[in-house]
Design a protein around this ligand. Sequence first.
Ligand code: NAP
Length: 249
Amino acid sequence: MSGLQGRVALVTGASQGIGRACALALAAQGATVALAARNEAKLAEVQAEIEAAGGTAAAFALDVADEASIKAGAKEILSRFGKVEILVNNAGITRDGLVLRMKRADWDDVLTTNLTGAFLLTQALLSAMLKNRWGRIINISSVVGRTGQAGQVNYAATKAGLIGLTRSLAREVASRGVTVNAVAPGYIETPMTAVLNEAQTTAMIATIPLGRAGTDADIAQAVLYLASEGAGYVTGHVLDVNGGMFMGG
Ligand code: NAP
């Protein structure tokens, strides 16, 4: 299939997990994919994987927690490809802890990476997207941004914040052919969740009607849909991909 032939996509956090899966899926549909993250060796592996499958990708060392790095990275990507039409704000971290014990640095680091990073990168790329009169911005939120989660006030605040950002920006840019949506994954097996022990994993799966953890490919499929031409009338939406663990309104 080649539904995204000629499109340029940028995926943050493309070095592993959900971001890597999104990059592979977008490239398989014909998009040229800019891979952004801090770990250059892992980005090179993802680039090689995409190229081996016949796709086109390029790696960019970019730290979404660093405004200068975001600005420089966005400039470099735009000068390399001339445009970015599909932006997947996926990079994210956790620094869990109960609220009374949470260090200010753990609050700040998560806010800076997960929320401010998405804001700044979007801001850096939006003008080019608006000029082009076609764009897809897809923010990776989380089920915990909808439900809350004990021990994750920082992380859940960023994921709920991304939903507010998504809906506000969707209203700002709709008239210029740019859609803005969020995907809210449930419990997905990636390096981020590999830190959970067996008891925690079993307890989590017991809350999922579909009876299994999600895969990074499950999320990539949702991102592919929102990036597609066919999703052109969908904006400001939060797409839950969670096996039914939360059925939101
Ligand atoms: P992961 O395996 O830990 O991957 C996180 C990615 O983010 C890595 O590629 C990492 O790359 C990148 N990243 C982290 N800090 C960064 C920074 N400062 N600058 C640039 N890139 C940075 O996590 P994942 O499970 O794939 O999660 C991806 C997204 O999905 C996150 O936003 C996460 O919150 C969300 N999500 C995950 C789940 C789940 O169950 N796994 C559920 C809901 C939502 P480098 O280290 O190379 O920079």
